[in-house]
Design a binder for this molecule. Structure first.
Ligand code: KG4
Ligand code: ZN
Length: 347
């Protein structure tokens, strides 16, 4: 007789999504609810921490209730609770962590304090074909780094951004071009009809050793390009600026990924795949360039489906499943950790 692995309830509140999901140990996502706060933050052009915290408090219980109801397993079917406790905005982390702890206590099931970055890093393994070790580019609104994912809990950071995250650069550039928030998808749409060669933009860090990123020079160059136009940018200008920016970012990402693969190999790692996760993994041009770099090393590019690339709670529940499988659990006084690097040696 095989015993069905227990279902894990995941809770995610580290930034501007209130999310809950129920996942079975055999990787089946039974429910995944994501409530975006975009409408609350877009008038401010970015996430406002206090508004985010209050919105998590308003909606966390209803989102969790919906995820449990939609899962079909009911409260008695929940075998563990996994909640993001860091890194992120402290107000939201406290709301999600307290909700998760209270439910775990009430149900008498294990509690797992999850690192949001570990959620992203392990999410590709919701596809059973992705085996350790793999090289991961984690590129979101808050993070931009290359990691060798050696095993659950073992991460080597090879490099990362020294200023803005890639998604942040997309968001700020979209704002400059009047394209709205979040900027990544809007900028990609605008770029589709633009000429990527019209504006000569820098490729910060490209050609340098290592795999660090920097986006501030590119941001400044974009501002100068807009200022050099004759008057306000028209639709044609915006499309060309967006396409030129996206091409510059894709060139940099490809250059950095080539170095990261080399660095991993120099450390004796034989990655099974090149993986990209985080919201920026949605960008088709960046994906295509990464796929070409991977192919050059005989590696396939793996990217979780889009709904698992952007913030969600299924990835948090999955990190919980991976930890439970190794016999791990956390005490109910586990702290919230606004800063929590995956690779403590690179902190
Ligand atoms: O992973 P995510 O949902 O949240 C964080 O943990 O930050 O990533 C959101 C980020 C935003 O900066 C957004 O502009 C960017 O991912 N993004 C994109 C695209 N879709 C989302 N960037 C470039 N191209 C896209 N298609
Ligand atoms: Zn994230």
């Amino acid at each position: 007789m095989t015993i069905a692995p227990p279902a894990v309830l995941g809770i995610e509140t580290s930034c501007d999504e209130t999310a809950a999901a129920v996942l079975r140990g055999d990787r089946r996502i039974l429910s995944s609810v994501v409530l975006s706060q975009v409408a609350l933050h877009e008038v401010h052009g970015g996430v406002v921490p206090e508004i985010a915290a209050r919105a998590h408090l308003d909606h966390c219980d209803e989102v969790v209730r919906r995820a449990v109801a939609e899962s079909g397993v009911g409260w008695t079917g929940i075998g563990a609770v996994a909640a993001t406790v860091g890194p992120g905005l402290i107000g939201g982390l406290v709301v999600g962590a307290m909700t998760g702890k209270a439910i775990a206590l009430a149900l008498g099931v294990p509690f797992l304090a999850i690192n949001h970055l570990e959620g992203h890093a392990l999410s590709p393994r919701l596809d059973p074909g992705v085996a350790f070790p793999y090289l991961l580019l984690l590129a979101s609104g808050g993070h931009c780094q290359f990691l060798v994912v050696e095993d659950r809990g073992r991460y080597s950071r090879l490099g990362g951004t020294i200023d803005d995250a890639a998604g942040e650069a997309f968001d700020k550039t979209a704002k400059l071009l009047g394209l709205g928030y979040p900027g990544g998808p809007a900028l990609e749409r605008a770029a589709a009809s633009g000429d990527p060669a019209r504006f000569a933009l820098p490729r910060p860090m490209a050609g340098r050793p290592g795999c660090d990123f920097s986006f501030s020079g590119l941001k400044t160059a974009m501002r100068h390009a807009v200022e050099a136009l004759d008057g306000e940018p028209g639709a044609r200008d915006v499309a060309d600026l967006a396409a030129s920016f996206q091409r510059a970012v894709a060139d940099v990402v490809a250059d950095r990924a080539r170095n990261a693969l080399r660095m991993a190999e120099e450390r004796g790692v034989a990655p099974t795949a090149l993986v990209v996760a985080g919201g920026v993994a949605a960008n088709a041009e960046i994906r295509a360039r990464l796929a070409a770099v991977g192919a050059g090393h005989g590696l396939e590019l793996r990217a979780p489906p889009l709904r698992l690339c952007t913030d969600n709670a299924a990835m948090i529940a999955w990190a919980g499943v991976e930890r439970l499988a190794r016999g791990e659990r956390d005490p109910l006084d586990a702290p919230a950790r606004p800063r929590w690097p995956l690779d403590p040696r690179a902190a």
